[in-house]
Ligand binder design. Structure first.
Ligand code: HGY
Ligand code: MN
Ligand code: MN
Length: 421
């Protein structure tokens, strides 16, 4: 199968020994994967363009001057991650778009809109924070100049990293009329139920914090205990407070972890002077998330008030729970039914670029099963049959979108959402 062969080739860029990929945004391996995609676009009649924040588009024009149905995901990965998260969605989008373009050529699809495959820059947010960066600029939530100045841990800016790999472009992004994305579920529900396609109706709410705990550097073997200001002790209390939060709600109602943690100066014989960390808390219930937010702030204030360390909350960002447009959900259900694929409605716990896109255009978000629900791990796995059924499902969905079944004018839901953005 061409799709599976191409997916194997794509997964070789930044491949790890344990079968995953390590391909953070705008690294050399991300560049290699992007060049593979650009070459694929060339070979299949798509025009490649790159915008100022490194979003890559492969466009095909059917109707001169008409807006574009966008379909895509992201090629970047977390460190030592799985090969399916994001990359599957980009290649599936390319194959689906190619199939739809062939249908247009044969006359079996009469297009109302044009079509563009997209690889969003830095969905993961591991090298450069925040996540959902390229799609955030696309929808106008972030300013491109601000984003280009963001630096990684070594002080390299987004602008320089993109230039280094040859993907700091200058093209105007295509004008979008609707968006579709397919992704692995990253949870166990589809596999447990034996369902092939998940159709996402809303995203979980999330809050992400970056926090600094300030102590005072001194000698681990010579400073009296009463005189220590150990940043790591304060930071550890906050890590445990985040875990403890989850026990105050029904099981699964709240998820929380500290995923990033840096100690300074990180020497065996020095009491740590500073710790920076990132906390991620999520819930499907916005009220639970807000209660947890208040509890976490209280726990942090208590650590600060004890006096050994000072704690600052440097950034705190809310990703609210919002719904995907019903018209897109219904379109996908009809497509799955016509293809004879089992499907169910579900929520997404993880963030996706579609969470951004749905704020400006009708958006369809699809899932295929993840074995054991594992993701952000080299153990991530989706069976080939599910990958191929997903491509079929995406092609049918995109064909309907190109025909204009959704995205004509602005939906009433979108009009109502504007004030909340
Ligand atoms: O889930 C996340 O927050 C990430 O953007 N994928
Ligand atoms: Mn992803
Ligand atoms: Mn991810």
């Amino acid at each position: 199968m061409a799709f599976l062969d191409d997916f194997q080739t794509m997964s070789s860029f930044g491949a790890t020994a344990a079968g995953g990929v390590h391909r953070e945004a705008a690294t050399a391996d991300d560049g290699r994967t992007r060049r593979f995609l650009a070459d694929w676009f060339d070979r299949h009649g798509f025009t490649t363009t790159v915008d100022v924040v490194g979003n890559m588009y492969g466009t095909v024009e059917f109707v001169s001057g008409a807006p574009y149905v966008l379909v895509g995901s992201h090629l970047d990965s977390q460190p030592t991650a799985g090969k399916y998260d994001g990359a599957y969605g980009v290649l599936a989008a390319a194959y689906a778009a190619h199939e739809v373009a062939e249908c247009v050529e044969r006359g079996s699809v009469t297009p109302q809109f044009n079509l563009a495959v997209v690889n969003w820059f830095n969905e993961e947010g591991s090298r450069f924070s925040p996540s959902l960066m390229g799609s955030g600029v696309f929808i106008g939530k972030f300013d491109a100049d601000d984003i280009l100045k963001v630096t990684d841990r070594r002080g390299v800016s987004v602008r320089d990293a993109l230039s280094d790999i040859g993907f700091h472009g200058g093209s105007t992004p295509p004008d979008s009329v609707s968006y579709a994305e397919i992704h692995i579920e990253q949870g166990p529900i589809l596999e447990q139920e034996g369902t092939t396609i998940g159709i996402v109706t809303a995203n979980w709410a999330a809050r992400k914090y970056s926090i600094t705990v300030h102590g005072e550097q001194s000698h681990t073997g010579a400073t009296h205990m009463a005189l220590r200001h150990d940043a790591l002790v304060g930071a550890s209390r906050i890590v445990l407070a985040a875990r403890e939060l989850t026990t105050r709600f029904p099981e699964q109602a709240l998820l929380a972890s500290v995923g990033e943690f840096d100690i300074e100066p990180n020497s065996p014989i020095v009491v740590p002077s500073k710790v920076t960390m990132a906390i991620d808390i999520r819930s499907s219930d916005p009220d639970v998330l807000e209660q947890a937010h208040a509890m976490l702030l209280a726990a942090i204030a208590a650590v600060d008030a004890d006096g050994e360390v000072q704690v600052s909350i440097d950034t705190s960002a809310l990703r609210p729970s919002t719904s995907y447009q019903v018209e897109g959900v219904e379109l996908a259900e009809a497509a799955a039914q016509d293809l004879g694929l089992s499907c169910r409605r579900m929520l997404t716990m993880a963030g996706h670029d579609s969470v951004n896109l749905k704020d400006i255009v009708p958006t369809v978000m699809l899932f295929v099963p993840s074995v054991d629900g594992i993701s952000h791990s080299e153990k991530e796995l989706t069976h080939d049959t599910d990958l191929l059924d997903g491509v079929k499902m995406l092609a049918e969905t995109v064909a309907r979108m190109v025909r204009g079944e959704i995205g004509v004018g602005r939906s009433s839901e979108l009009a109502g959402m504007e004030g909340a953005r």
